[in-house]
Design a protein around this ligand. Structure first.
Ligand code: HEC
Length: 190
């Protein structure tokens, strides 16, 4: 027959097991990203060099710059660190999307009309969230509109040139959101 002590020990062990489950669930609560190309996981984890804003995003999937830029437009043209507008020109995004985001050889990001089928709506439905746009700028896209986005995130292999940090991508997204002139509600401001 089991003694009192061994029952207590068994209880203790199962409680410890349960507690470690809870702890590991908390660790896994961080935002997980998938490739817009093929749905495979994108290996983007917070690191020492990430800013507090990037760490917050990687934990919650919410881009803190989006509301900050909406509330304070001076952030858009900030000199240092570069605001989203400067990053957009500096990295050549404007070469394809246009200096006013109106769409040149790539879809408009303003969504207020143009020549192409995707100048009034997002190419990928998930782009109503900053997480979705982060996945496309980070890991590239599948080419639904006829052209593709390259891989930009410095944490991923085969990124363009010097690549972009998580923080830079988040500032770019916040800027793109301030330029939106399309229909519907701005889900990203909720
Ligand atoms: C060489 C041309 C090119 C460059 C440079 C480029 N893009 Fe794109 N981008 C595209 C194309 C083409 C698409 C559509 C992708 C698809 O259909 O899969 C796209 C899609 C996007 C989308 C999603 C648009 C939508 O309507 O859903 C965003 C956001 C975006 N790009 C942001 C950027 C940013 C930010 C940069 C600079 C870091 C950048 N792009 C640089 C060509 C480019």
């Amino acid at each position: 027959m089991l003694g009192f002590k061994s029952i207590k020990a068994a209880l203790l062990i199962s409680m410890l097991g349960f507690m470690s489950l809870v702890v590991s669930a908390q660790v896994n609560a961080a935002c997980s990203f998938v490739s817009t190309k093929d749905g495979s996981p994108l290996n983007i984890k917070a690191s020492e060099t990430d800013t507090p804003q990037a760490k917050e995003f990687l934990e919650t999937c919410i881009n803190p710059y989006t509301k900050a830029y909406a509330a304070d437009p001076t952030l858009i043209t900030q000199k240092s660190p570069k605001g989203g507008k400067a990053l957009f020109g500096y990295n050549g995004c404007s070469g394809c999307h246009g200096g006013k985001l109106e769409g040149v050889m790539a879809p408009s990001l303003r969504k207020d009309g143009g020549q192409g089928a995707f100048d009034t709506k997002w190419v990928y439905a998930k782009h109503v969230t900053d997480k979705g746009v982060f996945e496309t700028i980070s890991g590239g896209s599948a080419g639904v509109s006829g052209g593709v986005m390259s891989t930009w995130n410095i944490n991923l292999p085969d990124h363009v040139g010097d690549g972009l940090t998580n923080d830079e991508i988040l500032r770019l997204i916040a800027y793109i959101r301030t330029e939106y002139r399309g229909d519907g509600e701005k889900a990203w401001l909720k």
